[in-house]
Design a protein around this ligand. Structure first.
Ligand code: SF4
Length: 340
């Protein structure tokens, strides 16, 4: 396995750890999921499992207040009995801010019933048994074993750990399970619990899934990240691909001029005289363009396709498009969440 050990992994690891300490709000070594402690061991383990089940697709800033709310609003301060007795609607309301809360409500109710019937009211003692509970995957299983039972049996790999490990060149994997095995092949066992919290925090603040902050990342300035600043070149590649595609379209084969294309395309595609949109070109209006062309050359514009961006300089158009793209991506995420 020696050949699989990434060069400089230790330097990179310590660098991320240092950034985390500077940039992130201090959390205890096991992350913000372990909270205070006047609880019985059973209640602590149960609450750990609940917190982990709620944590997927949810930021710590949402998870923390949700756990607090559950503890404050449930009669016994969030124990198995509380979840068994509360009705689904009330539970759903209490966890409504976490991602996929509708589905998680069902999972929590099922989990409480399984623990009572099969595990004498406690959580299971093996990762396999934990993963047999609906809504508990490998990441939660391994983290739960480490936090609740203090058993270090594997690394909890979620999307951030998987993504960043590949970004750093620590592995070249397609699935989270492959990443777990790859990381376990070279990371010392005493880092298996810590690495999750470290990379999740790093992935939520600096190496973001969209818009990595390479300028703020010391791995970039120290030449330690093979993926630093690659996003710019990706954007350029996408732009040139898009321009190329548009050039293939010929006005002669398409009677309508699609002015939703960016300004560069309009200039290239439309004969002289049609490049400037008239001031009366309003959205939703069908119109003939005034132009020096004769009737046979005149093209009909479908004004539903007209966007303000098309009449702006190129840079503005692209900025607008990028903003719209980001908005629709966010909206898409909201839609998915509502369907859950
Ligand atoms: S340099 Fe950029 S891509 Fe690399 S780890 Fe830092 S933020 Fe992520």
């Amino acid at each position: 396995m020696e050949e699989n050990v990434p060069e400089n992994w230790e330097t990179v690891y310590n660098e991320i750890k240092e950034m985390k300490q500077k940039v992130l709000a201090p959390v205890d070594e096991q992350g913000s999921h372990t909270l205070g402690d006047k609880r019985t061991p059973e209640v602590f383990r149960f609450q750990t499992l609940v917190a982990l089940m709620l944590s997927s697709q949810t930021k710590d800033t949402v998870l923390g207040p949700t756990m607090k709310s559950l503890k404050e609003n449930l009669p016994k301060g969030l124990c198995l009995e509380d979840i068994r007795e509360i009705d689904e609607d009330s539970l759903n309301k209490l966890i409504e801010k976490v991602g996929f809360h509708n589905r998680k409500t069902i999972y929590l109710k099922q989990m409480a019933q399984i623990l009572e019937e099969k595990y004498d009211g406690d959580i299971p003692k093996t990762v396999e048994e934990l993963m047999s509970i609906p809504g508990v995957g490998p990441k939660m299983g391994y983290l739960c074993m480490g936090i609740a039972w203090k058993k270090n049996v594997g690394i909890g790999v979620d999307v951030h750990v998987h993504r960043i490990s590949n970004i750093l060149g620590w592995c070249n994997t397609k699935t989270e399970e492959q990443t777990r095995l790859a990381l376990q092949s070279f990371l010392p066992k005493d880092l298996w619990q810590e690495v999750n919290f470290m990379l999740v925090g790093f992935g939520q603040t600096i190496c973001l899934p969209r818009g990595r902050r390479c300028n703020d990342c010391t791995l970039a300035s120290k030449g330690l990240c093979p993926s630093a600043f690659q996003e710019k070149s990706l954007v350029k590649a996408k732009r040139s691909t898009s321009t190329k595609k548009v050039k293939k379209r010929s006005p002669s084969t398409s009677p309508e001029v699609d002015v939703i294309q960016d300004q560069k395309t309009v200039h290239e595609e439309v004969p002289t005289g049609l490049n400037e949109l008239p001031p009366n070109a309003l959205p939703g209006k069908k119109m003939k363009l005034e132009s020096p062309l004769d009737d046979s050359q005149q093209e009909t514009l479908t004004e539903e396709h007209y966007s303000k961006a098309a009449a702006q300089p190129l840079r503005r158009s692209r900025r607008t498009a990028a903003a719209a793209s980001e908005y629709f991506s966010r909206q898409h995420l909201h839609d998915i969440e509502d369907l859950a």
